[in-house]
Ligand binder design. Sequence first.
Ligand code: NAD
Length: 507
Amino acid sequence: MQNQTVKQEGALLHKKVEDIKLYINGQFVEAKSGSTIENVNPFTNEAINLTAEGRQEDIKNAVEAAKDAFEKGPWGYMKQSERMKYINRIADLIDEESAELAYLESLDTGLPIAQTKKMAARAAENFRFYARMVESRLHGESYPVGDEFINYTVYKPLGPVGLITPWNAPFMLTTWKVAPALATGNTVILKPAELSPLTANKLAEIIHKAGVPEGVFNVVHGYGETAGASLVAHPDVKAISFTGETVTGSTIMKNAADTLKKTSMELGGKSPLIVFEDADFDKALDAAVWGIFSFNGERCTANSRVFLHKNIKDRFIAALKERVENIIIGDPLSGSTQLGPLIDQGHFNKVTQYIEIAKQEGCEVIQGNVPEEFSKGNFVPPTLLLNAKNEMKVCQEEIFGPVMAVIEFESEEEVVRAANDVKYGLAGYVWTNDIKRGHRVAQAIDAGMIWINAQNVRDLRIPFGGMKQSGLGREGGHYAIFEFYTEPKAIHVAIGDIHIPQFGKKK
Ligand code: NAD
């Protein structure tokens, strides 16, 4: 089995990536305008392929297909057990294609392949999970009202829904949305990030192969301001689930208001990791390093602000410096790589500018080394910003790269105040062996998700999402299916001889 996988990956390395089209109404089609976007490899900055650039007209066609598939097609009315066969089949096909999915994702985004392999496995599990969740949990309530009525609820899919996704972990994040949307009976128009289109098309191929009826799942590539904005504005799209930057989320909410759409917002973060002096030092160190340098630091829940108690600060920083020097920087397609290149040159410039700002703000900057042979890629070495203060720009704004700001603290009260003194509220991490303090601090931090003495691992049943400017609504678990992808319908039935006021009846 081991040998087979290695052979498969070897073959993939030499496979040319085809130009990709839009997927509308069960067919792979060119964009109406004929325009394309050049898709660039972050490791070499050379073109990988061309992607069809969808615009308003293509969105219109995709929405029409999704509307027809919902209203006339079998999807919305299909027996639940029948629909779940498709969902489970998609999961099986993802598993079968996982080596290629991981390869494409690494090629497209620069994420190390050891990490994209795990994401592909998780993506398959997202579909299986939602098949189970819908079958076991998506039921309404029923209330007998005396012996006169029964009131009950059923949960109905919304119709065509728009899913807009970012480039930082595209396949896994896309399946968080596609799986619950389809499992609950909606039809989908996916607008993937323009910088990472490859696995979205692979998902379309998989869904096609699974025999899902035409129009149920559609992919329109293109830029946010054109394809994305048209999707948000379209009156037949019932809801938009968005993951991306806070500013984009706010624009989408404004635009969605014109057609009164439901929106779900998974946005940026600037999450604190707090290490108290009694913490398990080695574990806290592993978690702090992994939490900011995995996914190349392009991780919404990254612990980009690390607060160290003053009594352990020097020792912790010495250990951080050693780790930063030794993180394996390299080709994202090499199995041993721990840190790859950033998604594109624009993002590289943004991250390096923040490192310059950190110097101007008075931080001591410590970095690993990018080997000379990788100079063509968008590599930012693992970076520590020492002597950081929470009020600095580099501690307040999302950098979204492998950059950790290190801040000293003395008291619990002080660190909680500083951790919360930021506009974001996505995640937080607390390291202490004092169980009461762990809970106290976890409760006090304004964030949607907190881990105590653990790195960012999550059971799919638990809600995912942020407070403050990190988002509105939650994905995951039953939250996605009850709060977003379905609507409750209340049905009131008279079962007794009821009294109805008799207006206008002559006595
Ligand atoms: P982005 O906001 O630039 O783009 C995200 C998507 O929105 C892309 O598909 C883009 O084309 C589209 N878009 C842009 N403008 C639009 C518009 N006016 N109308 C409709 N669509 C539009 O984000 P990004 O740079 O791709 O991703 C990085 C960001 O995503 C970071 O801020 C990160 O924290 C956030 N993120 C959040 C989570 C979470 O769950 N909270 C997860 C991953 C990433």
